[in-house]
Design a binder for this molecule. Structure first.
Ligand code: PMP
Length: 363
């Protein structure tokens, strides 16, 4: 029923505008148009426990299923704009996971050949998925970065030998961090209406942390704290604490995060970090199960590590704060590990899962 008071007209038009806006945002230009503008999820139970508002940016809602769809899209578009990649060209990357999947989607959508070099210790599911997405996959022996046979160097050499081919170089191509500066950072700022006190996340390439961090620091006039979360076996936590880069030792069951060097994407931003937290695997794995049980969220171990870190940071900063982090991808690609009793046992992680959560380990 239409009521003609001034207030109700305003109310009706606000509702209409709201609907119009949400419908418009659902029409996108192909795969790449659907990347980004992900929801910011309020983690209710954890926030209540912490006495602060904790939010997770739902990057698993990107069309290729991860935060890396942003970098894959931006890097390909940049290569097109600079003329390095033209119709019928080839995109080459050294990657074990989400960047390859994002690139494979973008390549199908825009008509490019996609070639992926990956270490030959990766799960068959990842190889199968990349091949289903039309990528050519070359599993190569696992050797250190310094060795010219490392999968990254092989990808570079392959692209250099081919006309109209680009090596996307996710670690040191700073278009990666720039796209987070231009999209993810502004989205978080808007979604928290400028109230975000702190942002924390782990790094693989460093693109998300440096891009979002730089934007939030600038926009808040330095007020928003930016923290690194690091898994065991990464050198960055000790680098932030001591200023010294040590040899990489140890390992983590988390995938896609942890680093042995300061990449160009992390670059000088590392000096602007307010702090860092090292998160043990036991706590990350427990949080995978906790998020499922209490929030209904089915996310991978890097997302869970980020949420543990956000909670710890909330405790450090005191109550009443607003803290944002990233839910990087879903658990689907890792389910044969994360939800397998055998795998948990083999990794010595069975004890990390409390009795009431063990029912989720159904594989
Ligand atoms: N989580 C997962 C599952 C990833 O694949 C990656 C990228 N390797 C990250 C987190 C880290 O993102 P970034 O490369 O932007 O540091």
């Amino acid at each position: 029923m239409l009521v003609s008071t001034r207030a109700s007209v305003a109310q009706n038009s606000r509702t209409f505008l709201h609907l119009a806006r949400s419908f418009t945002s659902r029409t996108t230009e192909g795969f790449t148009g659907a990347v980004g503008n992900t929801p910011l999820i309020y983690l209710k139970k954890l926030s209540e426990k912490a006495g602060s508002k904790i939010y997770g940016k739902a990057e698993f809602q990107n069309p290729g299923g991860s935060v890396k769809d942003r970098a894959a899209t931006a890097i390909v578009k940049d290569a097109e704009a600079s003329g390095r990649l033209r119709f019928g060209g080839t995109v080459v990357e050294g990657t074990a996971g989400n960047t390859g999947i994002g690139l494979a989607h973008v390549c199908r959508a825009r008509g490019y050949r996609c070639v992926i070099f990956m270490p030959n210790n990766q799960s068959q599911e990842k190889i199968d998925l990349l091949r289903m997405l039309g990528a050519e996959v070359y599993p190569v022996p696992v050797v250190p970065y310094e060795n010219p046979k490392n999968y990254n160097h092989q990808a570079k050499a392959f692209a250099e030998a081919l006309p109209n081919a680009v090596w996307t170089d996710q670690f040191d191509n700073v278009v990666n961090a720039r796209t987070h500066y231009e999209t993810t950072g502004p989205e978080i700022w808007e979604q928290t209406q400028g109230t975000v006190d702190a942002f924390i996340c782990a790094t693989g390439t460093g693109g998300t942390l440096a891009g979002v961090g730089k934007f939030l620091k600038e926009k808040s006039g330095g007020k928003t704290q930016i923290w690194l979360a690091d898994p065991p076996g990464s050198v960055l936590h000790s680098f932030v604490q001591t200023g010294k880069l040590v040899e990489r030792t140890g390992d983590s069951v988390t995938e896609g995060i942890g680093q042995g060097r300061v990449t160009d994407n992390l670059g000088t931003f590392v000096a602007n970090l307010d702090g860092s937290l090292l998160i043990p695997d036991e706590e990350s794995i427990k949080m995978v199960y906790d998020l499922l049980d209490t929030e209904g969220l089915y996310v991978g171990a890097s997302s869970a590590l980020n949420v543990v870190a956000a909670y710890k940071l909330a405790q450090k900063l005191g109550p009443g704060k607003t803290i944002a982090t990233v839910l990087c991808d879903g658990a689907h690609k890792y389910q044969s590990r994360l939800f397998s009793k055998k795998w948990l046992e083999a990794k010595g992680l069975t004890g990390a899962i409390p009795e009431h959560l063990k029912k989720y380990a159904v594989l």
